[in-house]
Design a protein around this ligand. Structure first.
Ligand code: LLP
Length: 412
């Protein structure tokens, strides 16, 4: 679904005219559609035919509290990777038993936080982590639920930086023998409870092959564990479903879930997924204003500190005018004010545009604001949620004072 559409030549998010929004709140601003977030989350929840199955939204893709609240109310759980993300989901009243804790570097403090809040499971990424969790659980005196994240040695395709399931990537454990031994250890251990197996092979995945292969690998392992009387509550096949940034045609959540539920039909474990981008990406745009035109450059007031994806991955984002016009189309490189040649938001984009015009960078909901920084001492943009004809600030624009708040002058 897409709720960013032109109505009478003016780009709207749901029923709100983005040119008016730009005047009201200024730019750069992230603008999200509540309806799109809700419907994208529901596309997962409603596709499950077995109500035990669960989609845990990957908080790292878009972590604003209002957005998480919409997703919680759509029936999803959460996949988190830090104490900060755990704090976010607990603060919106998410059910801990719908929270999965992934990530290769969980600190002792984060493990304590996870055990104390009663999460569904830690996805364990190494032998050392397993022993650390066991030790922390023993100190707390409460068993920790764990699942082993396997590295299935599957190349999901796409950008090297976001492919995670190949042997040699830092994620998960690849040796079958070690996985079995760790599961046997966890099964015997007083302070561990083995509840599942997990894997996540990458992001922006455009076909189902990798998911199918991952399911086969995980089934094989689960069956082997059954020989040791180890039965699992769930099998977590991660996130990664792609979206259409340009002309890609990814499978839908329904396609993914029907295919996996078919494979799970004779199994007793629940299916868990960890979708991020496919829920958040097309629900958000980055609204920015053209400051200057020079040669073929549009110099805008957003920059790589606001949206890092183009600089970091050479990712493509479509760009469009807020007030539609096509009489004088030219090819532009859209760049920000940051002092680096890598500071671009889009290249070779065809637009009819003048200084002061508002433009929208599309599909910026996932890995957009969450990857923003204050580089060049630039305050972070505000985040705005649209619900029908209403707009609400869900994160204030940072001020110049905010940027100094945590600093101290100690030298005379
Ligand atoms: N589960 C785990 C363990 C993950 O590491 C990730 C993403 C997800 C789920 C969600 O994947 P998704 O459904 O969003 O593809 N910054 C990059 C993407 C990094 C993805 C990291 N892991 C980008 O802007 O493309």
């Amino acid at each position: 679904m897409n709720t960013f559409e032109y109505i009478d030549g003016r780009l709207h998010c749901e029923d709100v005219d983005l040119s008016i929004l730009g005047e009201t709140y200024g730019t750069p601003s992230y603008v999200y559609s509540k309806k799109t977030i809700h419907e994208n989350a529901k596309a997962y929840v409603n596709s499950f035919t077995n109500s035990d199955n669960l989609a845990c939204f990957a908080v790292k893709s878009l972590s604003n509290l209002s957005i998480l609240n919409i997703i919680k109310n759509s029936g999803c759980g959460f996949d988190i990777v830090s104490g900060g993300e755990l704090n976010r989901v607990l603060s919106i009243g998410a059910e801990p038993k719908k929270v999965i804790f992934s990530g290769v570097g969980k600190t002792k403090k984060e493990i304590e936080q996870g055990i104390n809040s009663g999460i569904l499971s830690f996805n364990v990424e190494s032998e050392s982590e397993l022993y650390r969790i066991e030790k922390v659980a023993e100190e707390i005196g409460s068993p920790a639920p764990i699942s082993i994240r396997i590295n299935p040695d599957i190349d999901s395709g796409g950008h090297d930086y976001i492919t995670t399931g190949r042997k040699g990537d830092k994620f998960g454990i690849s040796e079958t023998r070690k996985i079995i031994d760790l599961c046997k250890h966890a099964h015997r251990a007083k302070h561990l409870k083995i509840v599942g197996l997990a894997c996540h092979i990458g992001s922006q995945i455009l076909d189902l092959d990798g998911f199918i292969k991952s399911a086969d690998k995980i089934f094989e392992l689960a069956d082997e564990l059954a020989n040791f009387d180890i039965s699992l509550e769930f099998l977590d096949l991660g996130g990664g479903l792609g979206i259409s940034y340009e002309d890609e045609v990814p499978p839908s959540p329904f396609d993914l879930i029907s295919c996996l539920e078919e494979k799970f039909k004779n199994r007793k474990e629940r299916l868990i997924l960890e979708p991020g981008r496919s829920i958040s990406a097309n629900a958000g745009i980055l609204l920015t204003q053209v400051e200057y035109i020079k040669d073929n450059f549009l110099i805008v007031d957003a920059a790589m500190n606001d949206l890092l994806r183009p600089s970091l991955y050479k990712a493509h984002h479509d760009v469009c005018n807020v007030i539609d016009k096509k009489d004088n189309l030219k090819k532009w490189n859209i760049v920000g004010p940051i002092c680096e040649s890598s500071d671009f938001l889009a290249k070779n984009i065809s637009l009819d545009v003048n200084e002061d015009d508002l433009i929208a960078i599309k599909n910026a909901g996932a890995y957009g604001f969450v990857m923003a920084s204050n580089y060049n001492s630039r305050p972070k943009a505000c985040e705005i949620l649209i619900d029908g004809n209403e707009s609400k600030i869900i994160r204030e624009r940072e001020t110049l004072d905010d940027l100094l708040e945590k600093e101290k002058i100690v030298n005379d």
